[in-house]
Design a protein around this ligand. Sequence first.
Ligand code: G6P
Length: 741
Amino acid sequence: MKLRLADGVKFAAAGVILVVALIAGVAPFSKTFIEHWSRRDVEARSRLVYNAIQGPVSHALATGDMDRLGSIFDGVAQDNRILAVGLCDPSGRLLKPTKLMPPTFSCDNLPDEEAGNFSTLTRGRQNILVGTFPLAEQSGKAHLIILHDLSFIDVRSDTAQTFVALTFAGFAVVIAGIAAIFVFFMLRGWMRSLQMAVEDVRSGRPLSPERRELTPIDAQIQTLLREIGRVPFETTQIDWNPDALQRLLHDALPGAEVLIVANREPYIHIRTGQKVTVQTPASGLVSALEPVMRACGGTWIAHGSGNADRETVDRNDKIAVPPQDPAYTLRRIWLTDEEQDGYYYGLANEGLWPLCHIAFVRPTFREEDWHAYEIVNERFADAVAQEARTEDPIVLVQDYHFALAPRMIRERLPRATIITFWHIPWPNAETFGICPWKERIIEGLLGSTILGFHTQFHCNNFFETVDRYVESRIDRERATVTLGGHETMVRPYPISIEWPPRALASQPPVETCRAEVRRDLGLPPDIKLAVGIERFDYTKGLLDRMKAVDALLTSTPSWKGHFVFVQVAAPTRSKLFAYSNLQNEAEALVEEINQRHGEGDYKPILLIVRHHEHDEVFKLFRAADLCIVSSLHDGMNLVAKEFVAARDDEQGVLVLSSFTGASREMSEALIVNPYHAQEMAQAIETALSMPAQEQRERIRVMRQQVQERNVYRWAGRMLLDAAQVRQRQRILDIGNRNREQ
Ligand code: G6P
């Protein structure tokens, strides 16, 4: 490609050089030629005049008619090229010279005839051709003298020289013009080839033969395309695990640096009296990303929220984690109470959280929260720029806490690959229109290279929202949005959990779990147990599942004494009224239902409000007969996936809300509408009486699904897409560089 472009440029340059050389070489030659030619012309004229008048002149001379001689000469001198005419008699006198005969002319030094008839006389800057012609013998040794002014030759040769120069200059312009047209068409063809080749790769088409062989962009582009081809695209054939993810990073993104921006930190240091303990938070986001970071290494930038966080970091606010087996770095950011109130509790959790979840809790938007949100997003973007060791790191921005950060990071690191994942649902355009800063949020997110949601449905909602509120170009076929010249890919990447789950490794056999959990909860060994485990959040439908238990015991009282529902709820965002109120309502409802259906020691619902570590959660899952996930709205819901992952005995039933992203993938669960207590009660009853074989069939399919579509695949697919975007960017960079040359 370079060669052909260079050919065009060389062709133009050679043409111009040739023409300049011609002008330099031919122009002086043309002057000499014209001078020579003009002089010959004048000489011929002199001879002509001589031949014409020699008869009458000889006659006048012979008859001594000097008047006649004078008038012949005057007549000849009329010709404006002839300067003067005269006659040199044998004694060397000049007879009858015409008016303009130079006074310096003398008959003494006439050229001898052997030397020809002509000589040159110079008068000032004037050159004069002196023609000397012998007259007839009878005239004695007289000579006719004809003087021609040669000045016109200079004028003529100068004109000729100018003409030649102009002609060649014209040629030069024409050649340069042809070369320019040649280069223009070549560049256009090359651009088209580049676009088509990139298009081919983008759409996964093989390069057509003519594009492979004939285009001028062959060598470099094809090398790069082959490199892209080397990226392991057959994702379905990959056994996704930490090694595969590491290999992917190594092969497809060699040398890439990974940075995560997430509000919640994976390890929280808590001081109780003299003791500092480490807690892993109850967060879907943390469960998903932590194993990815273990595999990839890098830096996780998060809010340091534990009361012993400051005393456990180094002087750069960093700590190597996991504490027992460090694999990556946690960089903590400190927020003031005001910042946390505005950014986290306010805008993120009282504004965006209820806005994006259909749970009928009114979102609240306050100007001061928005300002805090902007400031904190800036702080995290600054931290990314500070932590980045390279100019093009891979930055994984997480969730609704950081809608503005992608654009801010792009401003600081224009070459970064920014992958933003929105862990919660994206509402329809009309709902999102409630947000007073909707345009800013969309623009912020569109600073990303890739923007991921759990489902295609949420991607579609996002496209519609962008379409309605922001001037941009949406390409639905390629699933991209271009804003201000920057393109963002918008794709679904269903999140998942690690496989095999780490917490499973240390678990006792299911029978032991069943026995120990029942014993610890003070329940009879043979009681049927349903569990629900999550954060105490109003989107999770906790009250609804309690009402379903109520409905079950009302419709089928025979379950009383034989069935218990254990709800583990980790306190979360308790500072907010919606959350503290939920806790109060839940406690009151449990009380009411237990009173209605309980008897003696028997309480149908146990509500345990405290944080559980992964091991405890898995033990509970393994002890249960069924798990209830009744979210009113949920981006994915990883509890559902963890439950089936925990059941390596292939027993247990999952009751799953149809309003979770997980229900799209786990259709072998008993799918329910959490708003319909009777329907959910019916599903619980079905689960309680489901034969072991049916349980096995269902859970086996779901386990296989979670195993294959695990969190390494989630991260891997995003990183693969990022690798392709980076390759494409490299191609475009090469194209731009070539065009600049
Ligand atoms: C949801 C959000 C996560 C968040 C988690 C816990 O899963 O999508 O971003 O980490 O809730 O919420 P918290 O406010 O305790 O971090």
